[in-house]
Ligand binder design. Structure first.
Ligand code: FRU
Length: 475
């Protein structure tokens, strides 16, 4: 194919229009999420030489609004100690490390050998210097990686949370360089190793609770890798799980992994971005010159529920700035298949509230066309939401997923985000989120709602097209 026939960058088939993906080549975990001097930084696991996983670098992008990202040069290259695995970045405003006079950014990351290293930047993350005494920590386990560091004001110490096989280890430090073991947390799960932990202090009704978020590399409920969370307390040394008899899942879809929150997000927000993929097929998904994409930013908070304190997810409000309204509908009878006027599209936001009435199932067909569709359907009697997606020429891809979504005031209310190759669902109460890649024929853009075996009623429906965040390439 001559270059004239190639689609412009960020307009290729399956290219996400409002999710971050690298201009080309392989990407996995988000790393070093930090807000600093007016910019959100997104570093990420990056293999610049191929569209499959390989020797890891840290790719880098910055954004003023979590949506419009500018890709910058690679931040961290492999060195004599190894390739650069996942890790974090903190703002060392007081120069506790002695590495950033006047304040700057300090990255704490793993080498592939499972030792830990430090790098620093005094020019707003544009250039990075590796610490001369690396590694700062030896590998204490065969799998010992993905440090996440935060400042614990009460004890005046930095705290590191790091995965060690199927355990989480905590360390403390005064200077980001010398780390003392503090405690070990085991959550009673034996499926594979744990990866990419995060520990986040969140307020609820004037009290602080700590949420531990952790990637489980195998046997998650949607198959393969998935994300768990724990709610508890933390005293600067030890995390204590408040619900040790329960297993809480962060997202019920197959494709939200290795998520981590921003250090220093403005307004005390807790914003998480995940890698929208799953290790069981990540190296095979059918994109062309790039492979790997991030989830939308999730705004996290806590809620008190009859079952206890739970995480609440909202798509970051910034997404609303991309909306182009296509229509609203109220009080529409739903019986069989129904099309919302002449609305079609692959890059859409759908906000819907439906009363099931007598219907046994109801839902949405998206990216619909001759080759089928991805389907979101609600089993009213079971109060269970199912999502089916067709195969994508990829092993383990074609599956039926489900998540429990109780009716609220006799209604089901969903917030659905569709991009060229993904489907993200947030429930109205925010207690469940569902993230899945979907690869339907790029020409298919049909959208239908349906109610079967009875009649339902659309109470409210709003549909928006979401504007691309990528500049139109010059013709
Ligand atoms: C998680 C992970 C991390 C590791 C990185 C390597 O997806 O396996 O544990 O640091 O990816 O790219």
């Amino acid at each position: 194919m001559s270059s004239l026939q190639q689609p412009p960058l960020y307009r290729e088939p399956f290219r996400p229009q409002y999710h971050y993906s690298a201009p080309q080549a392989w990407l996995n975990d988000p790393n070093g999420l930090v807000y600093y001097e007016g910019e959100y930084h997104l570093f990420y696991q990056y293999h610049p030489d191929s569209t499959t996983w390989g020797p890891m670098h840290w790719g880098h992008a910055v954004s003023p609004d979590l949506l419009h990202w500018e890709t910058l040069p690679i931040a961290l290259y492999p060195d004599d100690l190894g390739t650069i695995f996942s890790g974090c970045v903190v703002v060392d405003a007081q120069n506790t490390s002695g590495l950033v006079p006047g304040g700057g950014l300090v990255a704490v990351y793993s080498y592939h050998t499972q030792t830990q290293g430090v790098a620093y930047s005094t020019d707003r993350g544009r250039t990075w210097t590796k610490y001369s005494e690396n590694p700062i920590m030896p590998a204490v386990a065969r799998d010992f990686r993905d440090p996440k560091v935060f400042w614990h004001a009460e004890t005046g110490r930095w705290v590191m949370i790091i995965a060690a096989g199927p355990e989480i280890h905590l360390y403390t430090s005064a200077n980001l360089l010398d780390w003392e073991p503090a405690s070990v947390f085991t959550g009673g799960y034996r499926g594979g190793v744990w990866e990419v932990p995060d520990l986040v202090a969140m307020e609820l009704n004037g009290e602080t609770h700590w949420v531990l978020i952790v990637g489980v590399s195998q046997d998650a409920p949607s198959g393969g890798s998935g994300t768990r969370y724990f709610v508890g307390s933390f005293d600067g040394q030890t995390f204590t799980d408040r619900y040790p008899d329960e297993t809480l899942w962060f997202d019920y879809g197959p494709d939200n992994y290795a998520g981590t929150t921003f250090f220093n997000a403005p307004g005390g927000r807790h914003v998480l971005i995940g890698w929208m993929n799953n290790w069981i097929y990540a190296n095979e998904v059918p994109t062309s010159t790039w492979r790997g994409v991030m989830t939308v930013p999730h705004d996290l908070s806590l809620a008190e529920t009859p079952d206890g304190i739970r995480l609440v997810h909202r798509p970051a409000a910034e997404l609303e700035t991309l909306r182009e309204p296509l229509g609203t509908w109220q009080d529409v009878k739903l019986e069989g298949d129904w099309r919302p006027g002449d609305v079609t599209g692959r890059v859409l936001e759908i906000v819907a509230e439906i009363e099931p009435g007598t219907a046994e199932t109801l839902g949405f067909k998206v990216h619909a066309g001759e080759d089928g569709d991805a389907r979101i359907f609600y089993d009213v009697a079971k109060e269970q939401l199912f999502v089916s997606r067709p195969g994508a020429g990829v092993s383990n891809f074609n599956r039926l997923f489900d998540m429990h979504v109780p009716l609220q005031d006799g209604r089901i209310a969903l917030h659905i985000l569709l991009d060229e190759a993904s489907l993200e669902i947030f429930t109205a109460d925010g207690l469940s989120s569902f993230t899945a890649q979907i690869f339907l024929d790029p020409a298919q853009d049909g959208l239908e709602l349906f109610a079967y075996e009875g009649t339902a009623r659309i109470v409210n429906l709003a549909i928006y097209r979401l504007e691309s965040v990528w500049p139109q390439a010059a013709e």
